[in-house]
Design a protein around this ligand. Structure first.
Ligand SMILES: CC(C)(COP(=O)(O)OP(=O)(O)OC[C@H]1O[C@@H](n2cnc3c(N)ncnc32)[C@H](O)[C@@H]1OP(=O)(O)O)[C@@H](O)C(=O)NCCC(=O)NCCS
Length: 207
């Protein structure tokens, strides 16, 4: 497990419930004192991974994803180029269609729903309670933050952040590196490198 913050702790909890063994946590910081990490081996440098046979282990990307940060994507790229594989993690409390396809290293947290015909690019996070409805096709390194809803047939390119509680209507296309702000409602296609704030529409009613 690379990382020891909040996202890593949630993943750790899911892996324990799924009866997967975590050998060690890699973090330059002291591990937080909480029950989740209790007793786990702690390695301090990313390159400590290189002491493990790439065929014998899977990596978990425990680094979370916020708008503007490329750390999670860069770590994924670095270790994949060295020949390591990232495990796909799915909470037992998520609903994932048998007809959905998840890329390497995709993480699906509790309460998330992924419907029929969905395709999700590698290293993406479908966070707590998020909904990705039928036939959506999402690029690599996407983050669907808690409670966001993607209606059917939404597409996105790589490195898109769908903020907490955002809503995307059906058949919308989202360009690369877009940030959909928390609570935003998207009803039109969005060009790459755009930040979408929630609309504030006021109407003066004259009586
Ligand atoms: C849209 C977003 C990227 C903008 O970030 P930013 O450019 O740093 O913007 P700022 O924080 O400087 O905010 C500018 C103003 O817009 C407001 N604002 C920003 N995002 C907003 C949002 N999503 N909804 C309503 N208002 C928002 C701020 O309150 C601030 O208002 P003020 O000028 O009156 O103080 C960010 O606010 C956001 O929504 N990020 C997603 C967070 C998320 O999904 N987290 C999930 C973690 S798992």
């Amino acid at each position: 497990m690379i990382g020891s913050g909040g996202h890593a702790a949630v993943l750790f909890d899911i892996l324990r419930q799924n009866k997967r063994e975590v050998i060690a946590v890699i973090s330059p910081k002291e591990l937080p004192i909480n029950d989740v990490f209790n007793g786990i081996a702690h390695l301090c440098r990313d390159d400590d991974v290189l002491n493990f046979d790439k065929k014998a282990i899977s990596l978990i990307n425990g680094v979370g994803s916020l708008p503007g940060s490329r750390l999670r994507a860069n770590l994924y790229q670095y270790f994949v180029e060295l020949g390591y594989e990232f495990e796909t993690v799915i909470s037992k409390n998520a609903i994932v269609s048998d007809y959905a396809t998840l890329g390497k290293g995709v993480q699906v947290m509790a309460g998330a729903i992924i419907q029929t015909g969905v395709n999700i690019g590698a290293n993406s996070i479908i966070n707590t309670g998020a909904i990705v409805d039928h036939d959506c096709r999402l690029g690599q390194n996407n983050h669907i933050a808690p409670g966001a809803v993607l209606s059917g047939q939404v597409t996105s390119k790589s490195n898109v952040h769908f903020g907490t509680g955002a809503s995307i209507i059906q058949s919308i296309n989202i360009g690369a590196n877009v940030v959909v702000g928390a609570g935003a409602t998207i009803t039109k296609d969005v060009e790459e490198n755009t930040v979408c704030f929630p609309a504030c529409i006021t109407k003066k009613v004259v009586k």
